[in-house]
Design a protein. Structure first.
Length: 225
């Protein structure tokens, strides 16, 4: 029997989470670093957005605590730069100013929160832990999506076409009629599709998509259309 499961976090070596801190204020960098270490998290602090970009390894899981106003590249500009990449860490913005327009812009850009200085250390720590959990979930989904897409790249154009019809519940005879090929040809393709996708039947093809969130599921189905 084929396995319908995609890799879980338990089968992948995951490095410890890191709290990245980008703020031109050394006191803030020190405070956030101490908070991270207090709960056993790694910390990596930078005084500028550009220095962070120069050293950032997107393969490191964690979150980013980011000042919105800094000399040179601003926090929003850094967020925009990271949004153009495949792996962006959850961002918690901090600011010495209660700037509602900037806060709205940050949240619309995908930030998980916007905290005004002086902030509650405990409150920030709670948001950091939540952001790290979100990053863990996002990375797991990416691995799942990559695994499914890896299986799908093994399909020929005809197999992809038949897979789409199988996923819609079409029978062998119906597919043969729609594609003007013999039922035997459909069955031959069907066997190869199930083997390459590592499932036992067409119903389980949909189960793969069900293991992903809505965005990943839509991405998979669009590949079939």
């Amino acid at each position: 029997m084929q396995s319908t499961q995609i890799s879980s976090e338990a089968t992948v070596a995951v490095p410890p989470a890191t709290v990245f801190v980008v703020d031109d204020d050394p006191d803030v960098r020190q405070l956030v670093s101490l908070l991270a270490r207090s709960v056993g998290l790694a910390e990596d602090a930078y005084p500028s957005a550009q220095e962070f970009l120069d050293h950032y390894d997107p393969q490191k899981p964690g979150c980013l605590v980011l000042d919105i106003r800094m000399p040179g590249m601003s926090g929003l500009e850094l967020q925009k730069s990271l949004n153009a990449t495949a792996l962006i860490p959850p961002i918690i913005f901090i600011s010495a100013y209660g700037e509602i327009p900037l806060a709205i812009q940050a949240i619309r850009g995908g930030a998980v929160d916007f905290l005004q200085k002086p902030f509650s250390p405990q409150g920030l720590l709670e948001r950091i832990l939540q952001a790290i959990e979100l990053d863990r979930e996002n990375r797991l989904i990416r691995r799942q999506t990559d695994e499914i897409q890896g299986r799908m790249t093994q399909l020929t154009e005809r197999e992809s076409q038949i897979m789409r019809l199988l996923a819609r519940g079409q029978s062998t005879k119906q597919i043969a009629h729609l594609l003007s090929i013999s039922p035997k040809t459909v069955d031959n393709h069907r066997g190869k599709i199930l083997e390459k996708m590592q499932v036992d039947n067409p119903t389980q093809l949909a189960h793969l998509a069900a293991q992903l969130d809505d965005r990943s599921a839509v991405g998979m189905m669009s590949r079939l259309q």
